[in-house]
Design a protein around this ligand. Sequence first.
Ligand code: SF4
Ligand code: SF4
Length: 404
Amino acid sequence: MSFIESLTLALALTYSVSLLYWSGKKWGAFATGGLITGAIISSLYWPLIAALGIAVIGIAIGRKFQPTVAQGELRANHMRDGVQHLLALSMLLVGVQFTVNSALLKAGITPWLMRPDVGDAFLPIAGGIEIKAIISLGIWDQNHPAAAVMLTVVLLTGLLCKRAFCGWACPLGLAGEYLYKLRKRFIKQELLPPAWIDWPLRMLKYLLLLALLYIVLGMPTMSIPGYLNSNYHKIADLKMALFFITPGLVTLICFGIILGLAAWRRQGFCRYICPYGALLGLLSFLSPLKIRRSTQHCLIESKGMNCDKCSRACPANISVHNQINIRSDECQACMRCISACPKKEALHFSTRNGWKLSARGLTIMLFAIMFLLPLFAYLGGFWHSETPVEARMYLIQHLDRIGH
Ligand code: SF4
Ligand code: SF4
C-alpha cells in the first residue's frame, strides 16, 4: 500500500470515527477506533502507521478550526462535495504516482515510487474474473488482487446504499458535474431529451454491462488460471493506461461522445454510458435504503399545497414529489432532494421500517465499506501485487506486442 493510499484510508477511517463520536455513538466510535488502530499497528507497515498519526492530528486540528466539518454538522450538499473532492484528489495523486512508476519502468530504472495497488479499481473485468476464480476455483490472483477487492467494495455499496458510490465517490461523476456546469455558463437552458429518446439511451449502459458480463461469465472456468498467469494480465493496468494515453480514432470519438454527454445533460455519462452505473443501478433495487417521502409531513398531502422542490433539485430528473418510495435505478442517493425540501420530516433516506440515515451516517457507511475492506484485504495479504518489478520492467518494453 503506497503512502497516498495509506493516507486516504487513514483519513477516511479516522473521519468516520470522528463522525460516529459526534453523532453521539461514543462507544461505537471507541470500539471502531480501537479496531482500526489495532489493525493498522498490527500491520507493522510504517506508511500506514504514519498516515494514521497524520490523520488523527489533521482531524484534531480540523475540530479546532472547522468544528462543523470535523463533527459532520454540514448540510448534505457540503458533506457530499467534501467527500467527492477528497476522493478525487486522492485518485489524482494515485494517477500521478502510477504515471511516475510506469515512466521509470519504461526507462529501465527500478522505480523509487511504488505502484499504487488501488489503481486496479480501474480493472473491473479483471476484478470480475478474479472473483469468479475465487468462487469457482478457490484461487486468489497474485497480480492484481486489489481489482477483486475494489469491485467487491463497489458492489457492496450498491447493495446497501443504492448508487451512493456514483453520487458520493466516483471521480468521473464529479468531473461530469464540472463539465455540465461549464456548459451551462455558455448555454443556459437545460437540453433534456424527450422521454422517448431518454429511455433507449438509458438502456445503452445496460447493453455495455451485458457485453462486460459476457466476457467475465463467458470465460471457461478452466481457462481462468491460464489467464491470471498470462503476461497480458500481469500488465493489464499498463495496457489500460496505454489505451487512454495513445487513443485511436475510434477511442477519440468515444471520448468525444462521453464528454459531450456529460456536458449536455447533468449526469449524462452516468445515466447513459457507464456500465458500472448500470451494475449499481440493478443492485440498487435490492438496497434496503431508499429515498422515502412521508405523506404525513409533505406539504402536498398535509397542507394541500403545490410543491415540487424535491423533484426540481433532483439531477436525475426523478419525480420525487409524485412518489412515496424512490426505487429508480438512476437515484444516486445524493440527498439533494432532502436538502431542497422545506419540510424537515418529509423526505428521508431510510429503510422500510423507518431506520433513517443522514448525510453523516451515509458518509460513515460509505467510508466503512470503501476503506475497511481494503484494510482487511491488505492485512490478509490480498491487496499488494506480487508481480516482480523485473517482470513488469521487461513486459512494459513489449507492451504493444502483448495481447490476450
Ligand atoms: S431522488 Fe433525491 S437522492 Fe435520488 S438522485 Fe434525485 S435528488 Fe438525489
Ligand atoms: S419538497 Fe418536500 S414538501 Fe415539497 S413536495 Fe417534495 S417532499 Fe413534499
